[in-house]
Design a protein around this ligand. Structure first.
Ligand code: ZN
Length: 58
């Protein structure tokens, strides 16, 4: 999983602030149990992708 400027605490969910069982892999489990966070993660990832491909327009 790529690190980002906005995600500076891999031990916590960046969307709800909940502590993860383990950094990285724990987040996958977390999104499986929290569809709301999974949705936000998809949106966030799409936006990061779009920014890079679009020339940092966002
Ligand atoms: Zn969360």
């Amino acid at each position: 999983m790529a690190a980002t400027d906005s995600w500076n605490d891999p031990e916590r969910c960046p969307f709800c602030g909940e502590a993860l069982a383990s950094p990285g892999a724990g987040f996958v489990d977390h999104t499986a149990e929290n569809p709301d966070c999974a949705t936000k993660f998809e949106t966030w990832r799409d936006r990061v992708d779009g920014d890079v491909r679009g020339g940092w327009g966002g």
